[in-house]
Structure formats: structure tokens, C-alpha cells
Design a protein around this ligand. Structure first.
Ligand code: TYD
Length: 202
């Protein structure tokens, strides 16, 4: 079997994690996430999202995300795919391109090079971008915020438009994330089928 890597991308409160989980169940895939899916990644995550360290520089942030991704790829993604199992990851390279490349203004190409180095060139076979209207996100994000979520309205506006631009440039599947969990899941399934990834009948 040709095991595939599917990445979910989107802003905070887009419902990615829920939809990634549902799709992983449906595909019998391994469900992973970034940052933090490995023991070392957990330590990197705790550092990079720590609200007590607002001084973390953009390049430091990009390198920490890349370090987490390198460990994720080596310890989880590559071995799982090599064993023939699909992987669904909640965030991958696209998040760095958008948050660090565009949001932090480090440049998409520079950040792409970093991710390529981190993963040895392992790219997602399908990227699903979940979009939700801004006021719906505000409603969903009524909780304590981590360091990146606290980054400010202008940063998040850049992230939002960055996701849309990259999706258009790179042929990501854009899925409307507004609706019931099941409605959105059906849209995700349709995008996966359209990408030629076989699903078992449910
Ligand atoms: P997380 O708590 O996993 O939330 P969610 O994915 O549901 O938003 O937060 C991860 C945060 O890290 C999120 O603000 C996006 C950010 N991030 C980057 O800035 N760059 C990256 O490469 C990755 C993977 C995540």
C-alpha cells in the first residue's frame, strides 16, 4: 500500500484537531500533531509556546518549530509511512510558512528551506486548509491564550491571508470549516477522495 501523509492547516479555532482526528479514524491513519508529538517535541513545545517568554525572537521561534518537525519526521512520520500506514498530522510545514514566513516576516522561501532541511524533504501528499469566518473564531477562542495566540490582531490577520495565498499558490484543498462537525467532516472526506486517496466505506 502507498501510505500517504495528509496535513491539516488553519488558524487557531478552525477545528483542525477535531477534523484531523475524525479523518485519521476514517483512514486507519496514525494521528500526529506539531509542535510536540514526540517526547523531545513536548519540551520544545513548552518552550516555544510559553507566554512567560515574550522575548523569543522570530528566528528562534522558526528554528524551534523546525527542530520539533525534524524530530517528528525522524521519529514518527518516516517510520510510520515506511511501515505502510497513512499519517494525518495536525499542522506541518504550511504552519511554519505562514506563521514564521509571513506572520513573523522571515520570508516563505527561507522558512521552506529550513523545513526541507528538518524533514529531509518529506512533504505532505495532501494539505487541507480549514477556513472559518473571523467572528466565529473569536467565539471559539474564548479561553486562556498561549504565546502565539497572544501575538495580536495584525499578526493574525497576516496569518489568515497568508494561509489563503499559500493555498492558492500550492494547490492545497480549501475546506469550509463553518458548520456542524459532521458536515465539515463530509467536506474533508470529499477533498481526500478528490485527491485520489482511497477511503474504506463507512
Ligand atoms: P496548538 O496549541 O497546537 O493549537 P492549534 O494547532 O489548535 O492552533 O498551537 C500551536 C501553535 O503553534 C499555533 O499558534 C500555531 C503555531 N505554530 C507555528 O507558529 N509554526 C509552526 O510551524 C507550527 C507547527 C505551529
Amino acid at each position: 500500500m502507498n501510505a500517504r501523509l495528509i496535513a491539516f492547516e488553519g488558524g487557531e479555532g478552525s477545528g483542525k484537531s477535531t477534523q484531523a482526528g475524525l479523518l485519521a479514524d476514517r483512514l486507519g491513519a496514525r494521528l500526529t500533531y506539531e509542535p510536540g508529538d514526540t517526547p523531545v517535541g513536548q519540551r520544545i513545545r513548552a518552550t516555544v509556546l510559553d507566554p512567560d517568554h515574550p522575548e523569543i525572537a522570530p528566528r528562534t521561534e522558526a528554528l524551534l518549530m523546525a527542530a520539533d518537525r525534524a524530530q517528528h519526521a525522524a521519529e514518527v512520520l518516516a517510520p510510520t509511512l515506511a511501515a505502510g500506514q497513512h499519517v494525518v498530522t495536525d499542522r506541518y510545514i504550511g504552519s511554519s510558512l505562514v506563521y514564521q514566513g509571513i506572520g513573523r516576516d522571515l520570508g516563505v522561501d527561507a522558512v521552506w528551506d529550513l523545513s526541507r532541511f528538518a524533514t529531509g524533504g518529506l512533504e505532505a501528499d495532501l494539505v487541507v486548509l480549514l477556513t472559518v469566518p473571523e467572528d466565529e473564531v473569536d467565539r471559539r477562542l474564548d479561553r486562556e491564550l498561549d504565546r502565539l495566540e497572544q501575538a495580536g490582531a495584525d499578526f493574525h490577520r497576516r496569518v489568515r491571508s497568508g494561509f489563503e495565498k499559500l493555498a492558492a499558490d500550492h494547490g492545497w484543498a480549501v475546506v469550509d470549516g463553518f458548520g456542524s462537525i459532521d458536515e465539515v467532516h463530509q467536506r474533508v472526506v470529499a477533498a481526500v477522495e478528490a485527491a485520489g486517496i482511497a477511503l474504506y466505506p463507512s
